[in-house]
Design a protein around this ligand. Structure first.
Ligand code: HEC
Ligand code: HEC
Ligand code: HEC
Ligand code: HEC
Ligand code: HEC
Length: 241
């Protein structure tokens, strides 16, 4: 029998198999990377009405406390979005000094006020309906900073989702806080002094920056930790119906 095919063709099936395997691995990695909840919605930044609302200007540059607008965040499960009247405290014509007045950029806010309408902000953070009412107040009062869950809000011209809000993400903190012992899983990164929960820049620069790992931080963190009444829950019923 003669050779029907040139010898080099023998490598073809191998090349095909290797190519196929590489393709499959790539496909699986892409699927697990992008479609598991771990990475879900991170970076989600919908287009907002008008020129949008800048946390960078209001919370960052002007230094307004989060609770000036999100008034219920430490009192109830739900963090509220402020009504237009809150904005009009500053954006009523003639209220701000001319050098501060953003002019046309706040027209959509004034129009909504005149029409007695609300501004249709697009919601960004949302846990699925099968998760029980997420309790903001419990977290804030336990010393969990807005920074831990929402990131550098004070630097965002338009808000985007900084963390996945996946179950694994919730539990990572819940377990870390419960097992906290210095040296292993430092609770300092999860809990901050009570008067600093909304001070994102301080948490970022000082608590997690200059102060990180110092004895002063460990003493403060321990005090905050001792103030937690119950260990963060891991039982299904705490977060699911
Ligand atoms: C001057 C009022 C004001 C202040 C101060 C303010 N916010 Fe907001 N915040 C808003 C408005 C209005 C929205 C809705 C529009 C948007 O999403 O940008 C919002 C939206 C948000 C959202 C996204 C909500 C969603 O849809 O998921 C988060 C998170 C948030 N704020 C956190 C903070 C934090 C943290 C601070 C303090 C560092 C803060 N805000 C300070 C007015 C304010
Ligand atoms: C405490 C006063 C104050 C409150 C309350 C306030 N703002 Fe402002 N806002 C300002 C000032 C001051 C500026 C201009 C700052 C600058 O340009 O340096 C501004 C700027 C803006 C701009 C222009 C942003 C840009 O890109 O230049 C918009 C839009 C705006 N505000 C919307 C809102 C909305 C919506 C609310 C209510 C949720 C609100 N503001 C509440 C003081 C306030
Ligand atoms: C432990 C994590 C965590 C902390 C801390 C936290 N948040 Fe949230 N936030 C969430 C989750 C989860 C959601 C989505 C809740 C839902 O779908 O019911 C959310 C939603 C929001 C919303 C949207 C509410 C709405 O009805 O549109 C605002 C505004 C908000 N957070 C502001 C804040 C502010 C301000 C702080 C700090 C004072 C803060 N959050 C601290 C996890 C957190
Ligand atoms: C950065 C840390 C952190 C993250 C992230 C976090 N938690 Fe918590 N959580 C805590 C701490 C600390 C407590 C304990 C508060 C207390 O009882 O004083 C707690 C308590 C709770 C409780 C018990 C409330 C009560 O009334 O006893 C629920 C429910 C809860 N968390 C749900 C969630 C869900 C759902 C997520 C994710 C979307 C989440 N948490 C993410 C730190 C965190
Ligand atoms: C600290 C709060 C928390 C606890 C405790 C918790 N879950 Fe969840 N769970 C969540 C959140 C938030 C989500 C939605 C995000 C996601 O799908 O990852 C979720 C999603 C789920 C999903 C859907 C997952 C998917 O990929 O669609 C299942 C199933 C589930 N949980 C089962 C459980 C079981 C079983 C337990 C007890 C062993 C439990 N959970 C405990 C917060 C929690």
């Amino acid at each position: 029998m003669s050779i029907r095919f040139p010898l080099w063709m023998n490598v073809l099936p191998t090349v095909g198999a290797v190519g196929g395997a590489v393709g499959l691995v790539t496909a699986i990695s892409v699927v697990t990377y992008y479609f598991t909840p771990e990475y879900w919605e991170v970076g989600y930044m919908p287009t907002q009405p008008g020129s949008g609302f800048s946390h960078q200007i209001h919370a960052g540059k002007l230094g307004m406390d989060c609770r000036y607008c999100h008034t219920n965040v430490d009192k109830s499960a739900e963090a509220n979005i402020p009504p237009v009247s809150t904005c009009m405290g500053c954006h009523t014509d003639g209220m701000l000094a001319p050098s501060y007045d953003p002019g046309e950029k706040v027209e959509f806010v004034r129009t909504a006020w005149e029409e007695d309408a609300s501004i249709p902000w697009v919601r960004i953070h949302k846990v699925p309906d099968y998760v029980r009412n997420f309790p903001h107040h419990v977290h804030i009062n336990a010393g969990v900073s807005c920074y831990s869950c929402h990131g550098q809000i004070e630097a965002m011209p338009i808000v985007y989702q900084a963390h996945s809000l996946s179950m694994a993400w919730c539990l990572d903190c819940h377990r870390g806080v419960e097992d906290a012992t210095y040296g292993e899983d430092d609770p300092a990164k999860y809990l901050v002094p009570h008067d600093k929960v909304t001070d994102i820049e301080w948490v970022e620069m000082t608590w997690l920056g200059d102060m990180a790992g110092t004895q002063a931080q460990q003493v403060q963190a321990q005090q905050v930790l001792e103030g937690i009444k119950r260990a963060p829950p891991e039982n299904c019923g705490a977060c699911h119906y």
